[in-house]
Design a protein around this ligand. Structure first.
Ligand SMILES: Cc1cc2nc3c(=O)[nH]c(=O)nc-3n(C[C@H](O)[C@H](O)[C@H](O)COP(=O)(O)O)c2cc1C
Length: 265
């Protein structure tokens, strides 16, 4: 499917991690729309998203010092599943999952990337995955109140909430005065992307027509690869570039690099 870039670009600044859902069921239309996007958004081989309405509360778990941080009250969850033999599986999971999450955001639904604090085996058994497949991450999906719960405020404090590093700390190469408009917008969209514990592991090397993404250190925290975070940033870059009328192509790179976006403009 073609990326609905205007819709997803508008959703980027309004997406926020939510963990206290209010048990309201998804409408039949919303569920059907989310099922359709999971079927249709298949940007790469070896990754897919599946939605389930089966006991989501049983899928999530609290962080080690107490169940208070557990995601609760969601009527459904979406699993991001990938084939463990694929060398670029983490990046692909990030890109795929963020597309689904931005679509949910555009529909007015709340979500939260959860890569560590969930029961992988329970999610896998609810979804039905193959032997070589792993549920890399899940998101609850549903409705939340406008106000943040006490638990959510604590979690925001723990993960520094929406605080992000300024661009000069993340980029090297081409100076800002020479950035074309698409590059400026793509970098800003990547800068505000979500990452596990808000670690923002991405770094960007800029050339006149391209952005190369790398990770600041090869790293896993709580069993979550920071290459998933980079996959999320990749999608944000592409969506913002498309919004500026710029198409590009991706090339996967060896660690610590992740991928290079070459604009075709
Ligand atoms: C790959 C990934 C894994 C994450 N895993 C968890 C998790 O296991 N539990 C959790 O509560 N939040 C998790 N988060 C949510 C982040 O803590 C959150 O996105 C980050 O703090 C930035 O906040 P924001 O999403 O509100 O912008 C994860 C985010 C990403 C991108």
């Amino acid at each position: 499917m073609d990326i609905p870039f205007t819709r997803w670009y508008s959703a980027i600044p309004s997406r926020i991690a939510r963990r206290s859902f209010n048990y309201t069921e998804l409408t039949t239309d919303s569920l059907a729309q989310m099922k359709a996007i999971c079927q249709e958004f298949r940007p790469f081989s070896n990754v897919r998203a599946e939605i389930s309405t089966k006991s989501p509360d049983k899928v999530f778990r609290g962080i080690p010092f107490g169940n208070i941080m557990k995601v609760t009250g969601a009527p459904a969850f979406i699993a991001f599943i990938g084939n463990t033999r694929d060398p670029n599986i983490n990046e692909k999971i990030g890109y795929l999952g963020e597309g689904i999450i931005l679509e949910a955001t555009a529909m007015g639904l709340s979500t939260c990337w959860v890569g560590g604090f969930f029961h992988r085996d329970v999610a896998k058994s609810f979804i039905g995955a193959g032997e070589d497949e792993r549920v890399f991450a899940v998101t609850p999906i549903g409705h939340t109140s406008e106000k943040f719960s006490f638990k959510e405020k604590m979690m925001k404090g723990f993960s520094m909430g929406k605080k992000r590093k300024p661009l000069p700390k993340l980029v090297s190469g081409l100076g800002q005065a020479d950035w074309p408009d698409w590059m400026q917008k793509a970098l800003e969209a990547a800068r505000i992307a979500p990452s596990a514990i808000n670690s923002q592991p991405w770094r960007f090397y800029l050339e006149p027509q391209s952005i190369t993404i790398s990770v600041n250190k090869p790293h896993e925290a709580f069993g979550i690869s920071n290459r998933i975070d980079c996959g999320i940033a990749l999608l944000h870059i592409e969506v913002a570039a498309l919004e500026c009328g710029v198409k590009g192509q991706w090339q996967w790179l060896e660690s610590p690099n992740v991928a290079k976006f070459d604009s075709l403009a």
